[in-house]
Design a protein around this ligand. Structure first.
Ligand SMILES: Nc1ncnc2c1ncn2[C@@H]1O[C@H](COP(=O)(O)OP(=O)(O)OP(=O)(O)O)[C@@H](O)[C@H]1O
Ligand SMILES: [Mg+2]
Length: 402
């Protein structure tokens, strides 16, 4: 199964490009699902479907053509169905004052439940092998990418939770109450465990460039390009391969009459900058249509402009964002992080995890076993990469050095 994410700033044409890709995938014979993670769903509109049809589906996939389904995830419905016990406990916790800092931090992660719902679906579809391609129409950049951090964040959270559970077994409730936080009920742990199992493996799917690619949709305008760069950085941080940048709404040579000349010159300039910024990631362009793009026929035409005769599920570019190697006998972790400066990156260490923070985004990198016990000696941003050098093996003098 291929998973392709479409993301980019608001209004650039994500839904349109994602839906068009879906049409092209299905025409090529792939069983394709286009899934919307945006709360303000517009997939149904893009396919020109009656609103009631999508509403009746209550968040389940709806067939729109041969081998093509669309799904507008109903987050509230999913949370109600599977998350009652967890949500109840979180709510109680949040109402308790005087939380320990560490606990408060753990809880701070969970407001991303909506995103987890999407991951649960993806994992389920991958396990069931129901589709050949799952295309994700993400909400505008920023918050939409947080879901990529959910598997590692949740794994981290759950390991803590299971530890708490172990402690609890040997603890009587009145005694536990001394800690000053309400203790979760049995159902909470069961729900968390169930969730954990259903999410198992999704991180590997997202981090595998053979399975998952992200396509950044943008317009050739200054403000939009900035946002696209940020999205690229976060995708790298979460280990997701970006295989194309799609520049939508390019004015073609046919657009005449002088009024748009300045726009065209600006677009040409920004397009060149985009190609330069994202190299070696391929940059594709889509022209501005004469009218809005609604319905399968128009979407199909747009897909043709974008992919030509190529299979849209093909990997258009592949580059692993995270690599490990040995330099002068020391292990080095290389994380591709374009468009960030040294001041923006913050590194932390907790047990066998390296915590990389960029602005509001944080990734817990579970270090490979061979690195887990070693101290990071040096972290440097070199060109487009963050390089973290760890203490060499068997060199006692080096371990323990900050
Ligand atoms: N190349 C194009 N030519 C003409 N119209 C386009 C083109 N691309 C998108 N549109 C139109 O622009 C509008 C917005 O596009 P779309 O909904 O795909 O953007 P979006 O990035 O998904 O927006 P949002 O951030 O709100 O989800 C739609 O009406 C769509 O038909
Ligand atoms: Mg949209």
């Amino acid at each position: 199964m291929r998973i392709i994410l479409f993301t980019g700033k608001g209004g650039v044409g994500k839904t349109t490009v994602c839906a068009a890709t879906g049409v092209a995938c299905a025409r090529r014979g792939h069983r394709t699902l286009v899934m919307s993670l945006d709360i303000a769903h517009s997939l149904g509109d893009s396919f020109d479907l009656e609103r009631s049809l999508m509403d009746d589906a209550r968040g389940e996939p709806v067939a729109v053509a041969d081998r093509l389904w669309i799904q507008e995830v109903d987050v509230e419905e999913e949370i109600r169905r599977h998350w009652g016990a967890i949500q109840g406990y979180i709510a109680r916790l949040l109402h308790t004052s005087g939380l320990e800092r560490i606990l408060a931090e753990e809880i701070a992660i969970l407001p991303g439940m909506e995103e987890v719902v999407a991951l649960l679906f993806i994992n389920r579809y991958a396990r069931e092998e129901r589709y050949d391609a799952v295309l994700l129409d993400c909400a505008p950049t920023g918050e939409s990418l947080r879901f990529l951090s959910m598997p590692t964040a949740l794994e981290w959270y759950m390991r803590k939770v299971f530890r708490v559970e172990k402690v609890m077994v040997g603890l009587s409730r009145p005694l536990a109450a001394l800690y000053g936080v309400p203790l979760p009920e049995r159902g909470y742990f069961d729900a968390i465990r169930g969730l954990y199992e259903r999410l198992d493996g999704v991180q590997a799917l997202l981090g595998d460039p053979a399975v998952t690619s992200a396509r950044l949709v943008t317009n050739a305008e200054k403000m939009v390009v900035r946002e696209t760069q940020r999205a690229f950085t976060y995708l790298c941080l979460y280990g997701v391969n970006v295989d194309a940048v799609v520049v939508n709404r390019m004015l073609s040579g046919e657009v005449g009459d002088g009024w748009f000349e300045e726009w065209k010159a600006l677009q040409t300039k920004h397009l060149a900058a985009i190609e330069e910024f994202f190299r070696p990631v391929p940059v594709r362009t889509v022209p501005l249509w004469r009218r809005e793009i609604v319905g399968p026929a128009a979407l199909g035409a747009l897909a043709e402009a974008l992919y030509g005769t190529e299979d849209p599920t093909a990997r258009l570019h592949e580059e692993a964002p995270l690599r490990f190697e040995t330099v002068d006998g020391r292990p080095v972790m290389r994380l591709r992080l374009p468009f960030v400066s040294g001041q923006e990156v913050d590194l932390g260490r907790s047990g066998d995890e390296l915590i990389v923070r960029i602005g509001g985004f944080k990734r817990h990198l579970l270090l490979p076993r061979s690195l887990a016990g070693r101290e990071p000696l040096e972290a440097k941003l070199e060109g487009r990469e963050l390089r973290v050098t760890f203490a060499g093996a068997g060199n006692a003098a080096e371990t323990g050095v900050k």
